[in-house]
Design a protein around this ligand. Structure first.
Ligand SMILES: Nc1nc2c(c(=O)[nH]1)N[C@H]1C(S)=C(S)[C@@H](COP(=O)(O)O)O[C@H]1N2
Ligand SMILES: [Mo]
Length: 258
């Protein structure tokens, strides 16, 4: 809690400066040739080897069913506005597709049924929001790394950008669309999943139906809900406000590690 509170104060005081600093640090990390080589070979490494080579590959703590929070707060958007989302929801998301495109060999367009047929991971983790609350939930979904491997990353791929269905109103670029981004270290982390299930049922609308990101080593705002499209890119400088996410464009740090 004290870490969260001090992080929050930290963010409030000098957010823009620190996000630039973190981004530069991360840029250096992913440009490093050794790190690149490790990332390219990630599929052949065991989890243990990955953890030894990349401290950021360490697993977030996992909990038991007994630890599940009786109430898990819905935060930010609780249901996207707009006819498109309303139509998809009315059809139980049968017409929804997740598009995976950008710097990939094989762009994908996947239905919920397609995603549910792929190997899944279930994890009970603690969600920490920058506003100072936490909750433990159980998440089931497809490891993001698996999807990226089947799409096939091109050599210049460096970031994964997540586009959401919801619009939070005016932002710096005027679009208001929620979006987020990760580097490849977090994208291939074993606990980074695209979750379609929560606490044993289909992901509720409040929590991001039909699909949301779980990136367990980072704060809540990185966990993009209402996913529509995943784009592989070499830079997010030209996207929206250029800082890699809805809250990042408003001054939050891009790397929100916990
Ligand atoms: N698309 C979208 N994703 C989002 C948000 C949002 O408003 N829209 N809010 C973020 C924040 S700040 C948090 S804490 C979590 C909240 O997830 P929950 O509603 O499942 O608690 O979602 C994150 N992802
Ligand atoms: Mo949050």
């Amino acid at each position: 809690m004290s870490i969260l509170l001090s992080r929050r104060r930290f963010l409030g005081l000098s957010a823009v400066g620190t996000s630039a600093l973190f981004l530069n640090g991360c840029d250096r990390l992913t440009q490093n040739e050794d790190v690149q080589r490790v990332l390219e070979k990630a599929e052949t490494l065991t989890e243990t080897a990955q953890r030894t080579l990349l401290p950021r590959g360490a697993l977030a703590r996992e909990y038991t069913e007994a630890d599940l929070s009786p109430v898990f707060k819905v935060n930010g958007t609780s249901a996207p506005d707009g006819e498109e989302y309303a139509r998809l929801m009315a059809g139980n998301f049968a017409d929804w597709r997740l598009v995976v495109d950008g710097l990939v060999r094989q762009p994908l367009s996947l239905s919920l049924t397609d995603l549910k047929r792929l190997p899944s991971r279930t994890q009970i983790t603690r969600h920490d929001c920058v506003e100072g609350w936490s909750a433990i939930g159980k998440w089931t979904g497809v490891p993001l790394g698996l999807l990226l491997q089947s799409a096939g990353l091109l050599p210049n791929a460096r970031y994964i950008v997540f586009y959401c269905a919801d619009d939070l109103g005016a932002t710096l670029d005027g679009t208001g669309r929620y979006y987020e981004s990760l580097d490849l270290v977090d994208a291939f982390h074993p606990q980074t999943i695209l979750a379609y299930g929560m606490n044993g049922v289909d992901l509720p609308v409040g929590h991001g139906a039909p699909l949301r990101l779980r990136v367990e080593r980072q704060l809540g705002y990185k966990h993009a809900k209402y996913l529509m499209r995943i784009q592989v890119t070499d830079s997010f400088a030209a996207i929206a406000g250029g800082k890699g996410g809805f809250w990042e464009d408003l001054g939050y740090e891009w790397y929100a590690g916990i």
